[in-house]
Every structure is written in C-alpha cells, then in structure tokens.
Design a protein around this ligand. Sequence first.
Ligand code: NAD
Length: 281
Amino acid sequence: MTVPDLLLNSGHKIPQLGFGVFKIDPAETADAVIEALRVGYRHIDTAQMYRNEIEVGEGVRASGLDRSEVYLTSKLNNGFHRPDDARRAFDGTLEALGSDYVDLFLIHWPLPTLYDGDFVSTWLTLEEFYRQGRARSIGVSNFQVSHLRRLVQEGEVVPAVNQIEVHPYLCNEEVRATNAELGIVTEAWSPLAKGRFLQDPTVGAIASRLGRTPAQVTLRWHIQRGDVIFPKSTTPARIRENLQIFDFELEPEDIAAISALDRGEAGRTGPNPDVFARIPR
Ligand code: NAD
C-alpha cells in the first residue's frame, strides 16, 4: 500500500497515515512499532506524555530502516511549557528517540488556564528548535481557533499542523476550517473515536456494501477529507487492516452521510482544550 504524502508549510512532506502509540505499554511499544514498520507504515506519532519514546526509538532501529525513512512526531509535555523546561524536555526527546532530529514537534495542549495563559513563549521556544534544524517542522495540538489566531499574530512561524480530536461524532469543522485558512494541516486524533464509532449502523451499511470493515471506512473518510491520521492498535491484523485503505474510494454521498453523524461537543471523547489543565506526574 502506498501512503500519500501531504506537503507542510515548512516545505517537508508528511505521510498522511501513520501509527499512533498513545496508551501502548512501553514493554509492548517496540514490538508494535516494528510490526507497523514491517507492514508498511512510515510515520509514528508519540509524545513525552506517552512515556514510550525510548521504545519507539528502539523499534525504529530494530526495523532495519534508515532513520530518514521514518517520520517521527513527538510532543512537549504539559509540565514543561516554560522556555528553559521546554529546551531541556526537547533535548530529552531527542535522546530518548536516539536521533539528532525529530520530524515534527508539537505543543501537546495549549493549557490556557495555566502559565498565566502564556503559550506564546512556549511556541517561540519551539521556533528555536525549528531554526536549529533539530525539529524539521513544528506545530501544535488541541489548539482552538482563538489560540491559533494568537500564535499567528505573535509568533513568526505558522504551525505546520494542529493535531485535534476529529472523528465522525466530533467533526470539529470550525477548527479544521481555521487550520485550512491559515495553511495548517489538520491531524485527526482518535480517528476511530477510540473504537466507539465502529458499531454505528451508518458506517456499518457502507462497510457491508463496499466489502470493507467499519474501521477502514472511517479511516478512509478522514483521508478523503484531507486530514492526517494515525490509528492505534497492538493487534497485528488490525495494524494491517488500518493500512489497507488506499485501494477503494467512498462516494461523495458516503462522505456526507458519515459527516452528518457529527454530535458536536457531545461527541467529544477527550478533554475540552479550553479547560484542560492536567500536568501528569
Ligand atoms: P483511535 O481512534 O485510534 O482508536 C484506538 C482504538 O480503536 C484501539 O485501542 C482499538 O481498541 C480500536 N481499533 C483500532 N483499530 C481497529 C480496527 N481495525 N478494528 C476495530 N477496532 C480497532 O484512538 P487513539 O489511540 O486515542 O488515537 C490515535 C492516536 O492519536 C494516538 O495513538 C495518539 O498518537 C494520538 N492522540 C493524540 C492526542 C492528543 O492530545 N494530541 C490524544 C489522543 C490520541
């Protein structure tokens, strides 16, 4: 399966489908990454918060692929927003991954109720990593429209991506539209709504008609909307299944029917970024 690339505003390309490792136990992470790379994934999404960056690096090295063949993303943990902490934490990410650069580095959460609401100085620190070439691209995650507008006004570099919760029950159209307007690629996290969406009769009917699984139809919906996704699974058959989505297409009516399932805020499975303020220990 050939995964298409999308062009970021940094001039670098990102594979539109990757492999997410949130909540994969560190003890299982290297094997999951090796399996994903073996079957054809070339993009891994991790974070300092996931506590498995070391094992992601181990998996990449054990795969036999060259570092340059694998797109690696990590994210700044919530406790490290102050510039000096961010610099130390970023050094820690490179050390854990065993690489002298990361393809993409994100502010994980805006935390507008912490740090006196200052996520701009954190962003200016990520701009340093970008200028040094140690982060090939930089971006944000869970940024709402007002947060994006402030960054674009007060920063020098426009984020390459905004990684936000998007799936058929939370289409998140307002943030997606702002991303598009500003030249920011949307990355859709929890693309399968953590598995909750897979019993939905609308997607079930489309899947039966096409001879595909509900997960494949849902992932294909994201791809045709133009977002980057990285579904997570530790089951080898599902890891393969989630990659087999580039040999069929949904009709415009299918896309519209799935998009009509949007429940807005009620469909959110994760925290609301406007109030989320947790600093993991
Ligand atoms: P997901 O929507 O990818 O769902 C994962 C769950 O769906 C799995 O645990 C599994 O139970 C099920 N599943 C996966 N493939 C399946 C298949 N083919 N058939 C049936 N069930 C299947 O949820 P996620 O792990 O929360 O999100 C994916 C990635 O997004 C994460 O690993 C992480 O990289 C990223 N993420 C980012 C943030 C953020 O704040 N930036 C938050 C959550 C997740």
